[in-house]
Design a protein. Structure first.
Length: 340
């Protein structure tokens, strides 16, 4: 189990991480979702030892690892750009970590060949060992980077936006494979990404990093259906977040969050009296086949989206530029106190 306690890191005046409390359990695919610049890479660099925290503790199974040299931590790191050696073959890239390990270099050629072969097989690159890494596809390079990390049998594998450099089709396939590979190995993966879909599909658990902290860490379904605060909800596209004052309810310090499938749209003045509502102008629609999105702008400028499903359409005919009442059941709204 990897544990971060009150971990902070600043760069000059920029506070990248501000008291991170975070646990990655054993044998778990953990996704970490955060916007660009939220400190994802910094977090991985602190765990792997390429940088040290200004404050806080990092431990594996209760043993402090902060302060230790990176090569003494037994942590695998798959870099965002793969960072392969372009002049080496696939097999030479994978074997590199074994051959030149600072702690326990492997000198036995048969062992190197065997473990390299096993790692290549694990990532589906059997028979590619002799190829130059400049003569393989992006997806294959990704696998080489993974094999190079796995061959050293790390206690945990950190993956920095591992699918970012791949095209959409490949990304979906690689998602399945990463999960399958992890399950076979039984070690934890910590996969950081800016993509909500990726985080939710990949993770046994998903943590959200915002304002330098982990604002929620839960199973994907719990995170998606019950974001615990406005910061977490803001990372989930399905949630509309707005001032409670917009629908005449509560004080200004309260924010409401309502999922896009739980908002109904009515012509103005026709909302049943027991339902909270707010007025918003219809901007445009986006047709996605089985679903369609309708975009609105509230009086205070908040962008709102409502989803309609092909199988049970519930939106009236909408005219661009016209105002409507968006309404919802009181129970559907999550309330968040927000420091202003
Ligand atoms: P992410 O990986 O989520 O995009 P980073 O961890 O790279 O975010 O960066 C977090 C914040 O820390 C950003 O504001 C970034 O500009 C800053 N930062 C990261 N590394 C450095 C550095 N070496 N020097 C100065 N600022 C940095
Ligand atoms: Mg990054």
């Amino acid at each position: 189990m990897l544990t971060l306690s009150r971990v902070s890191r600043r760069y000059g005046g920029t506070v990248a991480l501000d008291g991170v409390d975070f646990v990655v359990p054993e044998n778990t695919y953990m996704s970490l979702l955060g916007a660009s610049g939220s400190g994802k890479t910094t977090l991985l660099r602190l765990i792997s030892g390429f940088e040290e925290p200004d404050a806080g503790e990092i431990a594996i199974d209760g043993e402090r690892i902060d302060g230790k040299a990176p090569h003494l931590r037994d942590i695998g790191f798959v870099f965002q750009n793969f960072a392969l050696f372009p002049h080496l073959t696939v097999a030479q890239n994978v074997a590199f970590g074994l051959r030149y390990s600072a702690v326990s270099p492997v000198r036995d050629e048969a062992e190197i060949a065997g473990r390299t072969q096993d790692a290549l097989q694990l990532v589906g690159l059997d028979g590619f060992g002799h190829r130059s890494v400049s003569a393989i596809s992006g997806g294959q390079r990704q696998r080489v980077a993974l094999a190079r990390t796995l061959v050293t049998e790390p206690r945990i594998v950190l993956l920095d936006e591992p699918l970012g450099a791949l095209d959409a089709n490949l990304r979906a396939r690689m998602c399945d494979e990463l999960k399958a590979i992890r399950e076979r190995l039984g070690v934890s993966f910590l996969h950081v990404t800016g993509s909500e879909t990726e985080a939710l599909t990949m993770g046994d658990k998903v943590a959200v990093l915002a304002n330098g902290r982990i604002v929620q860490s839960d199973t994907p379904d719990v995170l998606f259906s019950s974001p615990r605060n406005a910061e977490a909800a803001r990372h989930l596209n399905a949630w509309n977040i707005f001032d409670a004052g917009l629908c005449g309810a509560a004080s200004e310090a309260v924010r409401l969050a309502v999922r896009f499938d739980q908002i109904d749209v009515a012509p103005q003045g026709q909302v049943p009296s027991d339902r909270p509502h707010l007025s918003a102008k219809y901007l445009t629609g986006e047709f996605n086949g089985p679903t369609a999105l309708a975009f609105f702008r509230s009086k205070d400028g908040t962008l709102m989206q409502v989803v309609d499903h092909l199988s049970c359409p519930r939106l009236p005919a909408l005219v661009e530029g016209q105002s409507y009442d968006l309404h919802f059941a009181f129970d559907a709204a999550r309330q968040f106190q927000e420091a202003v």
